[in-house]
Design a binder for this molecule. Sequence first.
Ligand code: ADP
Length: 717
Amino acid sequence: MSHLIATLALKYEDDVVAARQRARQVTRLLEFDERDQTRIGTAVSEVARQVLQSAKGGDVQFLLEGETSPQVLQVCIAERAAAPGKRATNRSKTPEPNHARELDRTDAVVAAHRLMDQCRVEWQEGRRSVRLTRILPRRAPVFSPAQLKTLSEQLHDQPPQSPWDEVKQQNQELLRALEELRLRQEELVRVNQELEDTNRGVVALYAELDEKAEHLRRADDMKSRFLSNTSHEFRTPLNSILGISRLLLDRTDGDLTEEQDKQVHYIRKSAEELLETVNDLLDLAKIEAGKIDIIPSEFEVATLFSALRGMLKPLLVSNAVSLVFSDASGLPTLYTDERKVSQILRNFISNALKFTERGTVEVSAASTPDGQAVEFTVTDTGIGITEEDQAIIFEEFTQVDHPLQRRVKGTGLGLPLCRHLAMLLGGSVRVSSRVAQGSIFTATIPIRYAGTEEAGGSVEELPVDSERVPLLIVEDEPETRLLYAKYLRGTPFQPVAAGSIRQAREMLRRQRPAAIVLDVVLPNENSWAWLAELKADERTSGIPIIVATNVEDERKGLALGADAYCMKPLDRTGLLKQLKEVTGHRMPGTPEERPLVLVIDDQEAARYVLRRLLKSGGYGIIEAANGADGLRVAAERQPDLIMLDLAMPGMSGYEVLQRLKGDPRTDWIPVAIVTSQAMSEDQQRLVRDAQVVITKDQLSLGRLMPVMSALGIAKKV
Ligand code: ADP
């Protein structure tokens, strides 16, 4: 129900002022605050002015809508009705939304939209009107019809103000508005200040957070460094123990009694176990420092299982437990790091055997449903692990308290290592177990290791060696490529292999080799044409090409521009001779009758082990206890091989290596780095000039001989 509170006719300019006054009076009575009185007054007078202008007259109605709180004030400002004739025409046309819309777009109505809760332009009975709506303030009472009647009577009695009063009134309103604006401005400045302070605080907090993160990173770094340093410290003496006990067991210095043999075996076994723990520690440190290399290769699960069976047999000490490998045939071939998968399974199986007193330990493998991975499971019938402990056993140094635990050895490093290794391969590990029933450890390993490009897919990226010149070998057989790479050890050439002409082209775009060794019967390729092309292109015509082939057509090869033509198989001397001829590079000297090895190592015990080994292998040996001596002796005696320790006081092995390779008297001598631990990538980079790296725990004649022959230093007994 709407109640009319007041009306007003718009005929003259003065009426606009009156409308404003009326609006203010009405709103004051309805208990709007001063600010709203001004707002509504302004909206009403602006629209009234517009209506008066466009229709030359009209009227204003003030109405109150609603009987419950909050009631709503409506001000309806309508244009005056058009003359009867015009109205008829208007009505004959369809309603005039456009006409209404025009009004809606006037400045006055746009302003009213902002000042009121609602502002609608309507079209009624051939005339336009603007309906302004404003909800009464919350504190206003609900006005009954009787009250409204009184109210409108009061209004009626209020005399209209003179324009003079209105100006005064408006000035006051303006002043109030300005004052309000000033207060707002002050408030804004204050809030801004506060915001600035907060921002500064946030920035400071971030800086602190960064600092904390940096601390954490450093602590992590230090932990890794500490682990790797300590494990290194442990390894050196352990390796001496292993080396010397091996000499004793090999009876190098005469026979042992049965008892002595047993004792030395114990010594060796303890040293081996300790070394394994140290290796685990180092592996973890390396993984955390991101310094572990994944070496993927193709292998079958069945082969892996049979190797594991052999390795783990010695752990089966009781007849009450059997170790069963399930059938692994029919599984896809894996392309990933076999050693790491083996390491994970070995850990799982040796744990299962440790914590199972009777029953079976079963090792099995199955493809995942999507066929992308293989799930290896090791199931035991052992003591089991509570759910609570299952959550923590993959943390470092965690062991579950159990009577059996006290009897078995362990460090709590195996499972964390498994988890890290599986993650490195793109997989995961998990456990499920019931106490007193057994456990199932699962490692999910992707079939294809995604971290590196498939071997042979592109040009082999050998470490770029600034001291050696690249030699492009275009050869599709990997074995032959490997053979050439071996031949080239100790020479000024760094082999870069390409398995196809496409790869060779790619490589040529990147670097200019000293020469090209080209197999002309690469499958599906016209290598003859490529040979001709290379020799015709002035950018490549200067690169010597040695054709190495099974095809007897030397004349053709030479006619197409080949610089040398050799029949396969090519031996080392043959290849080096050709290379020397076509490139003019100096080649290393040929080995003496009795190959001479220089051992540079500060540790007496280490030199002793090598001396014994090499002597029994028929090598001549000279020793140097420090880097400076080693360099001098190397230049004087020109040995066939230098075995170099890295960690030496004074001049380090790295420096010795650098100087050896920087001196024309010694730069051709192959160097074998003999270290007590597997090296980080950084370290490997530092010793990339060395031909081979041997770890001390692997030192035995059996290990050394293939290395020697690969280096072309055949044993002469
Ligand atoms: P370690 O075996 O060297 O102590 P691990 O990290 O390999 O360290 O294992 C951590 C702990 O998890 C073990 O000490 C043992 O308490 C628990 N555990 C591992 N495998 C099994 C298993 N198959 N059955 C019961 N407990 C196990």
